[in-house]
Design a protein around this ligand. Structure first.
Ligand SMILES: [Cu+2]
Length: 262
């Protein structure tokens, strides 16, 4: 073999693995709407609660069971995320390819505040490696009780008092199928939700029910949709989500309707 052929052969060998493993990436967007008529906005009646004045300093508190935009029926606070195509996949096979820009976990601290007797944001999705900051940005005491999967020690939960202005860092939460419910026992209407993922392909819908996931792997995957008040989209049968094909470039999943659970 002459030198040129050897060099060409070597170049081929070097180039080949890159070709085989070339992963394309796509951006995913879409909207989740509420199935059925948009529920009327409902104000919470705080009755004789001694904190009433502080709780209502920005106006009456709204019931957050279903936050639906009357203009487009967009359902806020809905979690949506990507998973590998096979619902039975375990271990390394259940892991999503991660875009180089997402390898590192950015924005270490994600806060859930309670400035006026409601958790803000009401629903938070975080990635393993991020800390949940339980915050009390108000002038009254709150407590922060969180309850996740009892079989997953890191997420099992805790309950602590947060004096006015205080915050506490919750570290080490791990990705799990079960959500973490957040409550304040001093103000029993307060409710929040946290979900933890081991990848960056998740979103929580905004006031238009819209979501976006950037630089997701192209290929065959599933999307899973879950809401704190109604559970999986499609009920128990929806726990495995639905199949999606992610293409390189832009992907619009269109509108998905979240039927009111029966
Ligand atoms: Cu409270």
């Amino acid at each position: 073999m002459n030198r040129l052929a050897r060099v060409a052969g070597l170049a081929c060998l070097l180039a080949l693995p890159a070709l085989v493993s070339a992963q394309e990436w796509g951006n995913i967007k879409g909207q989740i709407t509420f199935g059925g008529p948009a529920p009327e906005k409902k104000e919470l009646k705080l009755g004789a609660n001694p904190d009433k004045d502080v709780c209502e300093k920005n106006g009456p508190l709204q019931d957050e069971t279903w936050v639906v935009n009357p203009k487009n029926k967009g359902l806020k606070n809905t979690f949506i995320w990507l998973a590998v195509a096979d619902p039975k996949a375990k271990g390394a096979e259940a892991k999503l390819p991660i875009h180089p820009d997402h390898k590192e976990v950015k924005n270490k601290d994600v806060a859930m505040d309670q400035p006026a007797c409601a958790f803000i944001p009401h629903a938070i999705a975080i990635r393993e490696g991020q800390n949940l900051i339980a915050k009390n940005g108000s002038t009254i005491g709150h407590n922060f009780k969180y309850t996740g999967n009892p079989n997953v020690e890191a997420n099992a939960g805790n309950n602590f008092l947060l004096p006015p202005g205080a915050q506490k860092k919750i570290e080490g939460l791990v990705a799990d199928r079960l959500p973490i419910a957040v409550e304040c026992n001093i103000h029993p209407w307060m409710k929040g939700w946290v979900r933890v993922f081991d990848h960056p392909y998740f979103a929580v819908t905004d006031e238009d029910g819209k979501f976006e996931m950037k630089n997701a792997p192209a290929g065959n995957f599933r999307v899973l949709v879950w809401h704190g008040s109604g559970g999986w989209l499609g009920g128990a049968a929806g726990r495995n989500g639905k199949d999606v094909v992610v293409k390189g470039g832009d992907n619009d999943l269109g509108t998905m309707e979240y039927p009111l659970p029966q």
